[in-house]
Every structure is written in structure tokens, then in C-alpha cells.
Design a protein around this ligand. Structure first.
Ligand code: ATP
Ligand code: MG
Ligand code: MG
Length: 370
């Protein structure tokens, strides 16, 4: 059978691999560490850094199609595989989503709003940007951040002085106005090379310490907002020539304004609920989109609440699994459990969002107001 090659061996790669395997594909993975979440279930493990061109070429040789589970793989690697003709997703969208400045310009060019921002190259830029945008604001590295890493919230002059100490102007930063959102939303869209586009039900996301804590789907928003969010997702999919999966994170304000926060050109943590909640999962849809199969129905089967399991909660979760008959448990097989590290997730289903939420709250693992 055909082999799908995955750059990156984390949980997203693992869940892609599980979906692809069910569809009859073999799996090859390129990852630094042996026995990674994806490596454990792959047919072929290529051990090496995904910045290593030779290793990437080796992965491409044994694969019919290559995809990535992580947007911070090197662009050069992606381009090499694209040139061989084995990266149907291409490298353009990847390049855009690797730099917050480029990403924001691409979004704005499609007449979609983002938080007011300034690119920062030095201390003077930062001072000017702070006086233009005002505080509170949030400073982010342009490249490489995830799970809130490489970000500083600036509330007052004191934060400003503290942050300045930590900055390294060999890299670029971006300062964004803090958006006083009432909800964070996301939508996952897929497109295959024939141009067929689908979108999953919109989800509502609650973060703690910069890390996704829970996702509620469908989002509790009115029809008008729902249509606007869907239009944003589809406009981005078409406008950015998506092939594969695009996750769009957004802020919704009291006034009903929608700002796009960031893009991820891959399956997304806020779409894990689709495994049980929808007719097709985001992972199976990703495989269909990258192998140019017709896309499946994204219809919601049941309202869902997904809770991330971080390292600090793993033992607690494991010791109470027996009590969680209703919980759909996914553990990623990570060997080392660390604070803030995503070790797995649980999804609860209900006939209504309220019912799914009641079950999720009953688990004792929800740490936020919902
Ligand atoms: P991810 O793990 O989603 O890739 P990330 O590290 O790339 O996260 P962002 O999504 O940019 O980080 O920010 C993390 C969280 O911080 C957001 O989900 C949101 O809660 C908050 N945040 C980021 N930017 C802003 C903003 N401009 N206004 C208000 N809140 C923000
Ligand atoms: Mg991000
Ligand atoms: Mg984010």
C-alpha cells in the first residue's frame, strides 16, 4: 500500500497516523527521538532532526506523500520535498505561518481583521510601538512560539522594564494590542488540490497560562457570528491556496468584532473533539485532503467538550480513569511527563453542550469558569 511520511513525531503526527492507518496507509515518521508518540505506531522510523535535509530526503524516498505535524519544520526541508513532488500541501502557507508578521499581512490582505500590531527590531521600535498601541499589550517572538512560549504580557511600565532585560534583538518580535475578548473561537478548514473545501463546527476555546485547557463544540455563539467565522475560514482556505488543513484561531469581542489571532497549517488541538464528535475526524480529513481524496462530511454527531491532560494532572487522571465511564481517553505515549506538557486529552459527549459540560465538570478536571 501507499506510505504517508510525517515530519514530526508528536501527538498530532500520532493521531494523523492512526487515521491514515485505518484507511490502509503505511506510516513513516521523521523525528529526533526513537519511540516518539508517532514513532511508536509507525511502520518506519527515520531518526534525525527534521531540519536535516538528508533525513528529510530519506523520509521522502520511502513515502508516497509527505505531510508535517508541526509548522516550525525548516522551510528549506519543505521546499526540497515539494520539488521532489511529494508535498501536496506545498511550502507557501507553511512559510507564511512561520512568521507572525508575514501571517498577519497575509490575513489582512484578504480583508480580515487582526489585532493592531507593530513589528519590533530594536528597543526604539518597542518604545514607539508601546506608545502607539498603549497598554495592555502582548509581545511575541515572530518565530517559533507555541503554547504561549516566547510571549510577554505588558500591563504597565514595570512589565516593560522587566521584559526588556529578556529580549534578544537578533530576532524579530511583534507587539500586539491586547484584545478584550469575550470568547476565543477556532475553525478548522480543509481543502484538497481539486479545490473542494469543508469546515468543521466552530469551537470555543479556553486557555490557562497560554495553553489550551478546554474546547467546547459547537461554540455558544449566535448564527450571525457563526456565519462570519465560517466565511473567514473559507476565505482564508481559498485565498491562501490551502491544500490540507488550516486551523484559524480568533477572538470575539463584546461588540461582535472578530479578530484572527493566528493560523496553524495542520490539525489543531481545538479539533481533537472531532475524533468522536463529528462524522469524520480532522485527522482523517487531513489525510483525505493531502492525498486528494474527496473530503468527508464534517457534520457534528454530538456536542463535545475536550479537556487537555497536562503533565501535572496525568497521575490524577490515570487514577480516576475507572470512574470516567463516559470519557473518551486519548494518551499520547509520551515517556516523560512534565508540567505544562500535553500528555493526552479526554472528550465528553452529550446530547446538548450543557450535558457534555456537566459530564466534563463531573470529571473534576475543569479548572476554569465555563
Ligand atoms: P498556540 O499553542 O495556540 O500555537 P501560541 O504560543 O502561538 O499558542 P497565541 O495563540 O498567539 O500563542 O497566544 C496564546 C494565547 O494568549 C491566546 O490563545 C490568547 O488567550 C492570548 N493572546 C494572544 N494574543 C492576544 C491578544 N492580542 N489579545 C488578547 N489575548 C491574546
Ligand atoms: Mg501558535
Ligand atoms: Mg494560539
Amino acid at each position: 500500500g501507499a506510505t504517508i511520511g510525517i515530519l514530526g513525531g508528536g501527538q498530532l503526527g500520532r493521531m494523523m497516523a492512526l487515521a491514515a492507518r485505518q484507511m490502509g496507509y503505511k506510516i513513516a515518521v521523521l523525528e529526533k527521538e526513537k519511540n516518539s508518540p508517532c514513532g511508536q505506531i509507525a511502520d518506519y522510523e527515520v531518526i534525525g532532526d527534521y531540519q536535516d535535509l538528508e533525513k528529510a530526503e530519506e523520509l521522502a524516498r520511502i513515502s508516497d506523500v509527505v505531510t508535517y505535524e508541526f509548522e516550525n519544520i525548516s522551510l528549506e526541508t519543505a521546499k526540497v520535498i515539494e520539488r521532489i513532488g511529494k508535498l501536496p500541501q506545498g511550502s507557501q502557507l507553511l512559510g507564511i505561518s512561520q512568521h507572525r508578521g508575514r501571517e498577519k499581512r497575509a490575513i489582512e490582505s484578504l480583508a480580515i481583521k487582526v489585532a493592531p500590531y507593530h513589528l519590533i527590531n530594536d528597543l526604539q521600535d518597542l518604545q514607539r510601538a508601546v506608545s502607539k498601541l498603549g497598554l495592555p499589550a502582548i509581545l511575541k517572538t515572530c518565530r517559533g512560539g507555541y503554547d504561549g512560549k516566547g510571549q510577554w504580557v505588558l500591563k504597565g511600565q514595570g512589565d516593560f522594564l522587566k521584559v526588556v532585560e529578556e529580549l534578544d534583538f537578533n530576532q524579530q518580535y511583534i507587539l500586539e494590542k491586547m484584545i478584550p475578548f469575550t470568547k476565543e473561537l477556532s475553525i478548522i478548514v480543509n481543502r484538497n488540490s481539486k479545490g473542494h473545501v469543508t469546515s468543521f463546527p466552530i469551537s470555543e476555546n479556553i486557555h490557562l497560562n497560554g495553553i489550551l485547557h478546554i474546547t467546547i463544540a459547537p461554540a455558544r455563539i449566535d448564527k450571525v457570528i457563526e456565519e462570519q467565522v465560517k466565511a473567514i475560514g473559507i476565505t482564508l482556505a481559498r485565498g491562501l491556496n490551502l491544500v490540507g488543513t488550516l486551523a484559524v484561531e480568533m477572538f470575539l469581542t463584546e461588540e461582535g468584532e472578530i479578530f484572527v489571532n493566528e493560523l496553524a497549517p495542520r490539525p489543531h488541538n481545538s479539533g481533537h473533539y472531532t475524533i468522536e464528535g463529528c462524522e469524520i475526524s480532522q485527522f482523517a480529513q487531513h489525510i483525505r485532503a493531502t492525498t486528494n481524496l474527496p473530503l468527508g462530511s464534517t457534520k457534528l454527531l454530538k456536542p463535545s467538550v475536550m479537556i487537555n491532560i497536562l503533565g501535572e494532572d496525568l497521575e490524577n487522571v490515570l487514577s480516576s480513569i475507572a470512574k470516567l465511564a463516559d470519557a473518551h481517553l486519548h494518551l499520547y505515549g509520551k515517556e516523560e511527563s512534565k508540567k505544562g506538557r500535553k500528555m493526552g486529552h479526554i472528550t465528553f459527549l452529550g446530547d446538548t453542550v450543557e450535558e457534555a459540560l456537566t459530564k466534563a465538570k463531573g470529571s473534576g478536571f475543569i479548572k476554569a469558569e465555563v
